[in-house]
Design a protein around this ligand. Structure first.
Ligand code: NAD
Ligand code: SER
Length: 317
């Protein structure tokens, strides 16, 4: 029986991944932790604790006390926020990962780690269309530098200490359960809230900025599939490319207009435009499909349908 620790359980991914993991492994076997309170459904359904991943001593005690066998480490400072305090972001993103990798090396019960990387490992010199798994990685953001260094550390711990750490380079993730956490792709979440609340949205990226994105349900399924795959199927020990769907703010606005005909979008690019311009427009994820059977179900239409339904329900409309 697995006993799973999720760090960063209150966040955009954690708040949905915990529920999916509890369905699979039993509520009592999935330990949700974060620096802040998690949504009510997560707190009430199973174990929850306030835990700082930077506090390595408390972390190791928690892991031993609860006989944890797998860790999903989701705590990080995302791209937009990281540019505001680069050294703090570097410290949090790197030290938290090193705490987890070192713990996995020392604690015998801990058999598997998940740590998310990002399309941010790529930079302005990377081929932007259909970006391959193995290519130039010269990120220009502190977030991207921390993810690239993190990938190198993951591979190092795998090769040197046989730590089974698995990773996905997530594209921008789109969901409605909790707010997005300060990233450059957040426009594709905010736009739905504003479309439902006010019928208009002022986008911080320009209209033709194409980025790879993925609906959360697909991201959660991919994550669990990667983690449930036999060890011998995992051939990439840095981070797997995962592509999802690619679209621009203008294309997303057009899709929203098919549901809300009067929806209006305006554009006022800010500092996040330069970040977006340095990232791929679309991703080649053939290796993830071949190695462990990556599948995605939502195109822009299906994603927009579910997002509008979900956001409307939140506002009781
Ligand atoms: P988020 O900001 O929504 O959630 C992160 C959570 O970590 C927050 O609830 C925060 O309170 C918690 N946290 C921060 N510092 C902590 C600490 N010291 N100890 C414990 N918890 C702490 O982020 P997310 O969108 O859920 O992203 C999760 C991971 O996935 C991150 O590593 C992120 O870089 C990666 N990722 C996310 C996306 C995306 O589009 N959301 C894309 C690529 C990669
Ligand atoms: N969605 C994330 C961000 O924009 C990508 O890792 O920061």
């Amino acid at each position: 029986m697995e006993r799973i620790l999720v760090i960063g359980a209150a966040g955009q991914i954690g708040s949905e991944l915990v529920t999916a993991l509890r369905t699979l492994h039993g509520n009592e076997n999935v330990f949700a932790t974060d620096l802040r309170e998690v949504p009510k459904d997560i707190k009430e359904a199973g174990p929850f604790a306030i835990l700082d991943v930077m506090d390595d001593k408390r972390l190791i005690h928690y892991v031993i006390r609860h006989k944890i066998t797998q860790i999903y480490h989701l705590a990080a400072v995302l791209s937009g926020n990281a540019e505001k305090l680069p050294l703090q972001a570097w410290h949090i993103n790197m030290q938290s990962l090193l705490n987890i990798l070192d713990l996995a090396k020392e604690v015998e019960d801990v058999k598997k780690i998940f740590w998310p990387s990002s399309i941010a490992v790529f930079g302005p010199t990377t081929p932007q269309k259909n970006t391959p798994q193995l290519t130039i990685t010269e990120p220009s953001t502190v977030y991207g530098i921390s993810k690239l260094a993190g990938e190198r550390w993951c591979e190092y711990f795998y090769k040197r200490y046989n730590v089974d750490v698995r990773s996905i380079r997530y594209p921008g993730l789109i969901s409605y359960k909790t707010e997005a956490g300060g990233g450059t792709t957040d426009y594709a979440v905010e736009i739905f809230y504003e479309a439902v609340k006010s019928g208009k949205y002022n986008c911080f990226l320009s209209e033709n900025t194409a980025l790879p994105m993925m609906f959360m349900e697909d991201a959660v399924n991919a994550t669990i599939k990667l983690m449930e795959s036999p060890k011998e199927k995992i051939l990439v020990h840095s981070g797997y490319n995962v592509g999802g769907i690619s679209f621009t703010p203008k294309q997303l606005a057009e899709e929203i207009k098919t549901h809300i005909p009067n929806f209006k979008i305006s554009y006022q690019p800010d500092f996040r435009q330069a970040i977006a311009d340095s990232w791929p427009q679309s991703i080649d994820d053939t290796q993830a499909q071949t190695d462990w059977g990556l599948e995605t179900k939502h195109d822009i239409k299906a994603m927009t349908n579910k997002m509008l339904q979900g956001v409307k329900q939140k506002f009781n409309q």
